[in-house]
Design a binder for this molecule. Structure first.
Ligand code: MN
Length: 742
C-alpha cells in the first residue's frame, strides 16, 4: 500500500515538473538571470504551499497556477513579473503563506499585485453584489492593468476546466464571465480571450446548440478549406510581387458568433455565407505599414469586386481598444461574399492580444494614447463619488466597453473621440462640466441644433452657453456618455438634497420622539424601502409620497432601536405585479409537473413557472427564490437568467424535473418558409398530427409573396418530444426556420 502511494506521488511529481518545464519553454530564451531565478523561487514556494491541496477534478492544485502562468505568457503575452504573480495568485487566499512572506521574498510590487488578485478572488466568493465586484475589478485595473490580465488568465483556465464543478456553480461562473470578463477582455483588445470566454459560456448555458454548431463546422471543414484555397490562389500570386513577406489565414468565426447570426437573422447554419474571414498579414517595417496594407487592398479589389460600403479603415482611425486593420467584403466565386481583413504582423498581435501586446510596441505613440485615454476615463468614473455601483456599471457597460466611436472637432480643430450615438450635449460635457451645465444650444457645422442632436463623424462643434441655464431631469435622456450622465445626476442630486431638507427635518423630529438612535434607524429605513441613498428617502418624504405614519407601520421600537415587522423586497423580474402566479403559468399545465429543488422534492414549496421563459419538463432549469411569490422556475437560457444569477446568485437554487409522467404541456413554435403552393398548411399539419402524433392546440398562418409565417401551439409531454418535432419540421423541404417562442 505504502509503495503504491509512493509510486503515485512520484507520478505526480513528474507531472508537476513537466508542466513547469512547459511553462519555461514559453518564456523568451534571453530572459534576465534574476527573472529566471525569481520565477523558480515563486514556483517552489507555490508547490510547497499548495502541496496538500487538490482541485475538484482530483489533480494536484499547483497545476492550476502553473497553467494560469502559462496562459499569461503564451496567450496574453505578459512578462516575468506577471508570471511570478500568476504562480503565486492563490497562495495568500488558500494557504498559510502571508503577504508579508511574499513582500520579503519578492518585493513590494509583486506583493501589491498578489494582494490585488487576492481581493478580486474574495469579491467573487463572498456573493457580494456583482456591481460592487465589478467596481473592484476596475479599481485594480487602473492600479495595474496586469492584475486584471492575470485574473483573466485565471478565469480562462477555470472556465476551461469547469467540468468537475457542480452545475449551479458552472452557471454562476459562466454568468459572471459573460457579464464582466468577456466585455472587459473585449475592451482590453484581448480578442482571442474574449471569443473563447463567450464560446465557453455558451457551452455551459446552451450545450446542445453548442455541440450542434461545433459538429456542423467540423462536417463542413473540407468544403470550406477548398473554397478558401481557390479564393486565395490568385491573390497569393499577385501579393508575391509586392516583395513584402506575408501569410494568409482563413479561419471560421467563433461558435458563439455563428449562433448569434443564426438567431439574429433567423437562418439555418447552411445559409450563413460568411462562416469565415480571410486575413492577409503582412510583415512590414513601421514606416511602410500603412502603404503595404493599401497595396494589398488594391490587389484584392483588382481580383474581386468589393462592396464599397463595407470598406472599414481602422488603420487611419484605430478603434478605441487599439484595433487596427483594413476590412473589406468582396464578391467571391459562386456569388459568395467574403470578408477580407488586411493588417501587419504588429497589428495582428495587437488585435489578438490587445493591451499586453501594446507594451511591446509602446514606441508607437498612437497605441499608447488610446489606452491611456481609456484608462483615464475609467479612473475618472471611479473617482466620481456621486455614482453608485449599479449606475456605474450601467454607464460603464454602455459606453466604455461596447461602443463604436466617432470623431468630432472643436472650433480650434482639436479632435474629440466620443462613443457612437453621442449628442451635442455629451460634447459640451466632454469639454468641461461648466460648459455642460450652462449649455443652451450647440452649433454643428455652423448650424444651430438642439442639445440632444446626434453627432456624426467629422462634425465641427461650438457650444453656446447661457449662465442662467440649469440641468434638469430631461437632460438625462439627451446624453449617452457616462461623464455627462454622472455630471447631470450629481447636479440633480444636489437639487434633490435641497428639496429633501424638509423631509429630513420631519424624520429627525419623529426619531427624536421615539428616542431611537438616528444613524442606524435611517440606515434601516433606506434598506427597508430599498432607496439608493438617504437623500432619496428624505426627498420622498418631502414630496409627500412616503408619509411618516406609513413608514412607522412597518416598525416597532425596541430600546433605542427600530425593528422591522416584515421585509418587503421587490422581485427583480417584474413579470407579475401582484406576486401571485399568473393565470398563464397556472393553466399551462393540466397537471403540475413535479420538481426537485436542491435535491429535495419541491411539493411543499410554493412554486410556479416563470412566464418569461415557460420551462417545459426536460428543459434545463433553476429555481429562483422570490420574496413574495415563492419559487419561480426559469429555463437556464431564459433571457433574465444572467441578471438573476449575477446579481442575486444567493437566491438561485438547483432544480430538476422529477420523472416525467403522462401530463401534457403547451409549447409554441414559429415556423417560417417558402410558400410555393396551396399545400403548406396540409404539409405541416400532416407532419405534426399523422407522423409525429401530436395534438395541435392552435394554428395560424399568414403568407406574403411566396413566404409564410405560421404559429402553432402543440401539446407535448416533454422537451425531448418537442425537440424531435422541431427537427422533423425543420427537415421539411419548404421550411426554413422553426423557433420556440413564448
Ligand atoms: Mn485561481
Amino acid at each position: 500500500m505504502a509503495e503504491l502511494l509512493e509510486i503515485q506521488q512520484d507520478e505526480e511529481k513528474k507531472l508537476i515538473q513537466g508542466a513547469y518545464r512547459k511553462l519555461l519553454r514559453t518564456m523568451p530564451a534571453d530572459m534576465e538571470k534574476l527573472d529566471r531565478k525569481n520565477i523558480r523561487m515563486a514556483y517552489e514556494l507555490a508547490v510547497e504551499a499548495h502541496s496538500k491541496q487538490r482541485r475538484k477534478s482530483g489533480e494536484p492544485y499547483i497545476l492550476h497556477p502553473i497553467a494560469v502562468a502559462k496562459i499569461c505568457a503564451e496567450e496574453i503575452g505578459l512578462g516575468p513579473t506577471a508570471i511570478i504573480c500568476a504562480l503565486l495568485h492563490d497562495v495568500v487566499e488558500d494557504t498559510d503563506v502571508t503577504l508579508t512572506d511574499i513582500r520579503e521574498k519578492f518585493g513590494d510590487r509583486i506583493a501589491k499585485m498578489v494582494d490585488g488578485l487576492t481581493k478580486l478572488d474574495a469579491a467573487y466568493t463572498t456573493d457580494s453584489h456583482q456591481a460592487e465586484n465589478f467596481r473592484k475589478v476596475l479599481s485594480t485595473l487602473v492600479e495595474d492593468v496586469r492584475i486584471v490580465l492575470i485574473k483573466m488568465a485565471d478565469r480562462l483556465h477555470n472556465m476551461r476546466t469547469l467540468g468537475s464543478m457542480p452545475r449551479e456553480k458552472q452557471l454562476k461562473i459562466a454568468a459572471e464571465t459573460s457579464f464582466i470578463y468577456a466585455p472587459l477582455a473585449h475592451r482590453l483588445g484581448l480578442y482571442a480571450v474574449k471569443t473563447e470566454f463567450l464560446d465557453l459560456c455558451m457551452k455551459i448555458t446552451d450545450p446542445e446548440t453548442y455541440r450542434d454548431i461545433a459538429q456542423k463546422l467540423k462536417q463542413t471543414k473540407r468544403g470550406r478549406t477548398d473554397y478558401i484555397n481557390e479564393f486565395t490562389a490568385p491573390l497569393i500570386a499577385r501579393l508575391e510581387l509586392l516583395e513584402t513577406p506575408f501569410r494568409i489565414i482563413g479561419r471560421p468565426k467563433s461558435i458563439f458568433s455563428i449562433w448569434n447570426k443564426i438567431k439574429g437573422k433567423q437562418v439555418k447554419f447552411e445559409e450563413i455565407y460568411d462562416l469565415f474571414a480571410i486575413r492577409i498579414i503582412l510583415d512590414a517595417p513601421p514606416e511602410k505599414e500603412k502603404m503595404v496594407c493599401w497595396q494589398a487592398y488594391s490587389i484584392v479589389t483588382d481580383v474581386y469586386r468589393p462592396i464599397p460600403e463595407r470598406l472599414k479603415d481602422w488603420i487611419t482611425w484605430p478603434k478605441l481598444n487599439g484595433y487596427e486593420s483594413l476590412h473589406t467584403t468582396v464578391m467571391g466565386n459562386e456569388g459568395r461574399f467574403v470578408e477580407v481583413q488586411i493588417r501587419t504582423e504588429r497589428m495582428d498581435e495587437i488585435a489578438e492580444r490587445g493591451y499586453a501586446a501594446h507594451w511591446k510596441y509602446k514606441e508607437i505613440k498612437q497605441q499608447q494614447d488610446t489606452y491611456e485615454r481609456w484608462l483615464d476615463s475609467v479612473r475618472e468614473m471611479l473617482e466620481d463619488p456621486n455614482l453608485d455601483a449599479v449606475e456605474f456599471l450601467g454607464d460603464f457597460k454602455a459606453n466604455t466597453l461596447f461602443s463604436d466611436e466617432i470623431y468630432v472637432y472643436t472650433p480650434k480643430g482639436d479632435m474629440k473621440v466620443l462613443p457612437a450615438g453621442a449628442t451635442a450635449l455629451d460634447f459640451a460635457f466632454s469639454i468641461h462640466s461648466d460648459l455642460g451645465y450652462h449649455c443652451s444650444s450647440v452649433r454643428v457645422n455652423n448650424r444651430i441644433v438642439p442639445m440632444g442632436h446626434k453627432l456624426e463623424n467629422g462634425d465641427r462643434l461650438e457650444v453656446i452657453t447661457n449662465k442662467n441655464q440649469r440641468p434638469s431631469e430631461d437632460w438625462l435622456k439627451m446624453v449617452v456618455t457616462g461623464k455627462a450622465r454622472s455630471k447631470i445626476r450629481s447636479a440633480m442630486k444636489e437639487e434633490r438634497r435641497r428639496q429633501g431638507e424638509i423631509g429630513r427635518e420631519a424624520l429627525t423630529r419623529k426619531l427624536k420622539n421615539l428616542k431611537v438612535e438616528y444613524e442606524p434607524s435611517v440606515e434601516l429605513l433606506v434598506r427597508h424601502f430599498e432607496f439608493a441613498s438617504h437623500i432619496d428617502l428624505y426627498f420622498e418624504i418631502a414630496m409627500g409620497r412616503l408619509t411618516i405614519p406609513n413608514i412607522f407601520k412597518h416598525f416597532r421600537v425596541e430600546g433605542t432601536k427600530l425593528v422591522e415587522l416584515e421585509k418587503i423586497v421587490p422581485e427583480p423580474n417584474k413579470e407579475q405585479e401582484d406576486g401571485k402566479p399568473s393565470r398563464a403559468s397556472k393553466n399551462r399545465y393540466n397537471n403540475k409537473p413535479r420538481l426537485m429543488v436542491n435535491g429535495e422534492l419541491a411539493d411543499e414549496y410554493d412554486y410556479s413557472f416563470a412566464t418569461c421563459c415557460n420551462p417545459l419538463p426536460g428543459d434545463a432549469i433553476f429555481a429562483y427564490v422570490t420574496q413574495t411569490a415563492g419559487l419561480k422556475i426559469h429555463r437556464i437560457n431564459c433571457p433574465n437568467a444572467t441578471n438573476m444569477m449575477v446579481n442575486y446568485g444567493y437566491r438561485v437554487m438547483k432544480a430538476e424535473w422529477v420523472a416525467i409522467g403522462s401530463s401534457h404541456f403547451v409549447a409554441n413554435l414559429r415556423i417560417t418558409g417558402i410558400d410555393n403552393g396551396p399545400g403548406v398548411i396540409e404539409v405541416l399539419t400532416k407532419k405534426i398530427s399523422s407522423d409525429l402524433k401530436l395534438n395541435i392546440r392552435a394554428f395560424s398562418i399568414k403568407g406574403d409573396q411566396g413566404y409564410f409565417e405560421g404559429e402553432v401551439s402543440l401539446l407535448v409531454s416533454n422537451a425531448d418530444q418537442l425537440n424531435l418535432a422541431i427537427q422533423a419540421l425543420k427537415s421539411l423541404e419548404n421550411v426554413s426556420s422553426v423557433q420556440r417562442f413564448e
